[in-house]
Design a protein around this ligand. Structure first.
Ligand code: GLU
Length: 448
């Protein structure tokens, strides 16, 4: 073990003790620190001034009570979070997640990942994340609105267009951003467009923001496949999930000539050997807010499975677009056995460390979420640019900017991996490229 190994392990062991009971946060940090050992061996100055310890400690963590009243007049108390992790590159930027699994450790893992992802976009945004353990499933329109208003009543004091700019994530889409924005405007008597992204198109939103994460994943995959002499045309693709990221990844992959052979939600998965009817899927998920089984009853040639795993399907490309740790070592073995050649994460940290190890050992090209799903937050930053200049760009122009950003992220990730003697290891490339920009800014700005 080298001196650097020992030192980094010591940082990590301390972090485990000080952040007990936060396994997802530990997992996200462990992966990044493993890559950083490679940088620290080559560029030891990144180990000065407590840089690594400061990077792993959020600048600020806010936890608050969110009381709300359901339609049957019961009082509920949810917990709200905003972790403002790092603002060296710009205002804190990152989504809000409303899901019953949310806790501090999950928000910290997401906020930590966001630092490197946002850095990779090349745009001036820091890293943060927030959310609540509120479960929006089955709640009425009025309940959702009152919850968002209560959540913003506290969050409002901590955000602002130059301070912290939240957006959507699981359970938070255009409808929720509307209610959150309305309450912010009311409390502050300010139409401050730049305080949230993912807004409606008539009040400061950007074209392409809705599609951006899914489209961006596919633009990244195209670049990765091109690098290895392949293309999406004629390829079979598995997309897990059926939320915002999955829907637009499916649409773009099929537009580029791939067949999407399956998608899923928390109730089960759907096999679609002849491809997905995106219009119908959007109607089921976005308009009716229903489960994937409803898609099957209206579609032809699609089968619903309540048991088993979507990762048992045979395909060339797998895009996990549902949630963290949805793809484990066993799933990865099955995918490898079935001949999968490319995996790109649309969700945040959907592959377990064991799964990533299997991909590595089978020579499967693997793109980590912080690189491949950065298109969403990048387009949020483009929305902020439009808000700042009181402009609105066309769909085609915004989409071309997104496409260019994704190719740049791919290039920087691949080149950085090669520079550090890990050719083709996009985990190492993304972690190091994302880290160096933030680290340089932190070193220049002093010990704060
Ligand atoms: N929640 C998204 C992410 O994980 C987008 C965040 C944003 O647009 O600020 O990157």
């Amino acid at each position: 073990m080298t001196k650097i190994d020992e030192q980094v392990n010591e940082y990590y062991n301390k972090l485990l003790k000080r952040n007990a009971g936060e396994p997802e946060f530990h997992q996200a940090v462990a992966e990044v620190l493993e890559s950083l050992k490679i940088v620290l061996e080559k560029d030891p100055h990144y180990n000065d001034y407590g840089l690594i310890q400061r990077l792993c400690e959020p600048e600020r963590q806010i936890i608050f009570r969110v009381p709300w009243v359901s339609d049957n007049n019961n009082v509920h108390v949810a917990r709200g979070f905003r972790v403002q992790f790092n603002s060296a590159l710009g205002p804190y930027k990152g989504g809000l997640r409303f899901h019953q699994s949310v806790n501090l450790g999950i928000i910290k893992f997401l906020g930590f990942e966001q630092i490197f992802k946002n850095s990779l976009t090349g745009l001036p945004i820091g890293g943060g994340k927030g959310g609540s353990d509120f479960n929006p499933k089955g709640r009425s329109e009025g309940e959702i609105m009152r919850f968002c208003q209560s959540f913003m009543t506290e969050l409002n004091r901590h955000i602002g267009e130059q301070v912290d700019v939240p957006a959507g994530d699981i359970g938070v889409g255009g409808r929720e951003i509307g209610y959150l924005f309305g309450q912010y405007r009311r409390l502050n008597n300010r139409h401050e467009s730049g305080v949230l992204t993912g807004k409606g198109l008539t009040w400061g939103g950007s074209l392409v923001r809705t599609e951006a994460t899914g489209y961006g994943v596919v633009y990244f995959v195209e670049e990765m496949m091109k690098e290895h002499g392949d293309s999406l045309s004629g390829a079979k693709v598995i997309v897990s999930g059926s939320g915002n990221v999955a829907i637009y990844a499916i649409q773009k992959a099929q537009e580029l000539g791939a067949t999407v052979v399956g998608f899923s939600d928390s109730s089960g998965w759907v096999e679609t050997p002849n491809g997905v009817d995106v219009q119908l899927l959007r109607e089921v998920k976005e308009v009716r807010r229903a489960r994937v089984a409803d898609y099957v009853s209206a579609a032809t040639g699609a089968t619903f499975h309540a048991d088993g795993s979507i990762w048992s399907l045979k395909a060339d490309v797998a895009l996990p677009c549902a949630t963290q740790n949805e793809l484990n070592g066993e799933h990865a073995q099955t995918l490898a056995g079935n001949g999968v050649r490319y995996v790109a994460e649309g969700a945040n940290m959907p592959s377990t460390p064991e799964a990533i190890e299997v991909f590595r050992s089978h020579g499967i090209h693997f793109a980590p979420g912080k690189a491949s799903n950065a298109g969403g937050v990048a387009t949020s930053a483009l929305e902020m640019q439009q808000n700042a200049s009181r402009d609105s760009w066309t769909f085609d122009y915004t989409d071309s900017r997104l496409n260019e950003i994704m190719s740049n992220i791919f290039r920087r990730t691949a080149d950085t991996a090669a520079e550090y003697d890990h050719d083709g290891d996009y985990v190492v490339g993304a972690n190091i490229a994302g880290f160096k920009k933030v680290a340089d800014a932190m070193l220049a700005q002093g010990i704060i």
